[in-house]
Design a protein around this ligand. Structure first.
Ligand code: FE
Length: 384
């Protein structure tokens, strides 16, 4: 209902000046104004009524678009479609949180078992243009605008941290060793009583297991570690004598290229890590291409110029960067998208297997509070 309301609010009411289809709709579904605690007690339409409302909104959108959409109206369709994409992903991780059945099979069940991909890519330093430009199509307000930063040379893992690598941290007593954790991280760990990643369920006959939706399975050793908080990523890095990349470093490793002499970053960037073409399932695990995450060595066709794999898709990657506005930030019409969250969140990049390709552009900045363990988040590390 909320997704349909968002479509209606922006495309039909805001952009086309139509009256609301349901009188009380803002009281039910306006997430900016309906507090979470009250959402359990609303007089929501039943399932059939909700579907009717959704169909009604879609039909009216099609009627409106039949007479053509100007650029300004188009913006709100682009926004509403992406908002729906985000909720599709959120519904998917909610099924994991609530121990529901797996989602219906949408992609290939044959997830590539390609193994591990150890080692670092070497990225030269230089000028890096962080942020997006007006010619990139639909962008969110927090990407505006492109601005120059300077990067020192760095080394970044070719792949995200795997379950097997994270298990070594657990086995080394990582969750019980105070010195690996920041003050905020240790407070989080103690409050949660965290001894393992949230869905890990201990070892059976020496093999780690985890809960996937409502099924307990062996933990796939070479898939990226998932459902770890930023604090757990930070503690792992401390133990491994590594660090998280900044968002600018992550982006340079993903879509940067070496200048001709190899000593610095070139001015040109690639639209995608592998080149100009939009993603396919040979390059990026997006849009439910597979039935979940794949091993970190899979999809070599998606390698960046520096040899980093799966920068786009498979697993969101925590970065070291706080979610902050770029200089000159001005909120777009959906004012609550970014502005309320600056300063309290960490930036994640790259998208995951349940993210749409529309969202998971290299410049897209996702953001969550550092305590979250319910989202499809992992991380990759840099050498110190
Ligand atoms: Fe929403």
């Amino acid at each position: 209902g909320h997704v349909a309301w968002f479509h209606e609010y922006w495309t039909l009411r805001h952009a086309a000046g139509r009256p609301p289809l349901i009188d009380r709709c803002d009281r039910l579904w306006d997430s900016s104004n309906v507090a979470h605690a009250t959402r359990w007690h609303l007089d929501l339409p039943d399932r059939a009524g909700t579907f009717r409302y959704m169909a009604d909104v879609l039909m009216r959108q099609e009627d409106t678009l039949g007479s053509g959409a100007g650029d300004e109206a188009r913006y709100f369709y682009d926004l509403s479609i992406r908002h729906e994409d985000m909720h599709v992903e959120a519904l998917t991780y909610m099924r994991q949180t609530l121990e529901y059945a797996p989602p219906p099979r949408l992609g290939s069940a044959d997830r590539p078992r390609a193994g591990a991909l150890p080692g670092d890519a070497v990225v030269p330093g230089g000028r890096w243009r962080l942020g997006s430009t007006a010619d990139e199509g639909f962008i969110f307000d927090n990407e505006k605008w492109a601005h120059e930063t300077m990067l020192a040379p760095f080394r970044i893992a070719r792949a995200p941290v795997t379950n097997a690598e994270f298990a070594a941290f657990v086995d080394a007593g990582g969750y019980r060793t105070r010195e690996f954790w920041s003050d905020a991280g240790w407070t989080w760990r103690e409050q949660r009583g965290a001894e393992l990643p949230v869905y890990w369920q201990g070892k059976h006959d020496g093999v780690w297991t985890h809960r996937r939706y409502r099924i307990v399975e062996e933990l796939p050793p070479h898939e990226p570690v998932l459902f770890v908080s930023w604090f757990e990523a930070e503690a792992f890095c401390c133990w491994a004598k590594r660090r998280l990349p900044t968002e600018a470093e992550w982006e340079a490793a993903a879509v940067g290229q070496p200048a001709a002499d190899g000593t610095r970053l070139a001015d040109m960037r690639r639209p995608w890590p592998w080149g100009d073409e939009p993603p396919t399932a040979a390059q990026a695990n997006l849009d439910f291409a597979f039935d979940g995450p794949v091993d970190v060595a899979a999809l070599p066709g998606g390698d960046s110029a520096f040899g980093c794999r799966q920068m786009i898709g498979n697993v969101w990657e925590w970065t070291a960067s706080d979610f902050l506005p770029f200089a000159g930030f001005v909120a777009d019409p959906y004012k609550d998208y970014s502005q309320p969250w600056f300063g309290s969140r960490k930036v994640l990049r790259g998208g995951c297997w349940a993210t749409s390709a529309r969202i998971a552009r290299p410049g897209y900045r996702n953001f969550f509070t550092p305590d979250r363990t319910d989202v499809f988040a992992g991380f990759r590390t840099c050498a110190i």
